[in-house]
Write a protein that binds this ligand. Structure first.
Ligand code: IMP
Ligand code: MG
Length: 184
């Protein structure tokens, strides 16, 4: 859905088109939280958010999970100031908690080439969590370079550079309350 009157939202320019509205995000995140609530009841649950892009999605998702859970963050970086993913994904999976005692859900903003999550899931599996699943807000399957599929993807997006709801271009646009295509 396109809301032309909000294209200058928050003072940003270069927003071409809104792809996913606030209402659509809210409904989908609520449904994902409900699914996790049903599936993990009575189980020790840990959410691992991948910084920085997942911070808004995780903040909303965790408030829709009506169970106790622990939340930690790890960092990854592949874009820098560019819109082209770097070849080498820098993943930092140093978590102080012993994740072998938890059912773990990795929470990510978007799967693009798939390299970040492939590397991250491989590293986390070596720490033997009770189970490991990946929830991603967005999936951009046309860009995949390695074989990787999320367990739960809220939206599929076309091969465009998207911003908002945590996703950035050069650290900007993260505070947009919707997902938009940016002309960058
Ligand atoms: P991947 O390793 O290529 O799958 O890239 C994953 C990371 O690249 C994501 O976690 C995002 O932070 C970033 N990324 C990929 N596509 C986009 C986009 O369209 N907008 C903003 N960030 C993106
Ligand atoms: Mg990210």
């Amino acid at each position: 859905m396109i809301y032309n009157d909000t294209l200058n939202c928050c003072g940003y320019e270069n927003i071409k088109k809104i792809l996913i509205s606030e209402d659509e995000l809210k409904a989908a995140v609520q449904a994902a939280g409900e699914k996790i609530t049903q599936e993990y009841r009575g189980k020790p649950l840990m959410l691992i958010g991948i910084l920085s892009g997942s911070f808004v999605f995780l903040a909303d998702l965790c408030r829709n999970i009506r169970l106790p859970c622990e939340i930690v963050f790890v960092r990854s970086s592949s874009y820098g100031d560019s819109t082209i993913s770097n070849e080498d994904v820098d993943v930092n999976c140093r978590i102080k908690r012993d994740i072998s005692k938890y059912h773990v859900i990795i929470v990510e903003d978007i799967i693009d080439t798939g390299k970040t999550l492939k590397k991250m899931t491989e590293e986390l599996k070596e720490k033997h969590p009770l189970s490991l699943k990946v929830y991603t807000l967005l999936d951009k399957p046309e860009r995949r370079e390695v074989d990787f599929a999320a367990d739960y993807s809220l939206f599929t997006v076309p091969n465009l550079f998207v911003v908002g709801y945590g996703l950035d271009y050069s650290e900007k646009y993260r505070n947009l309350p919707f997902i938009a295509e940016a002309s960058i």
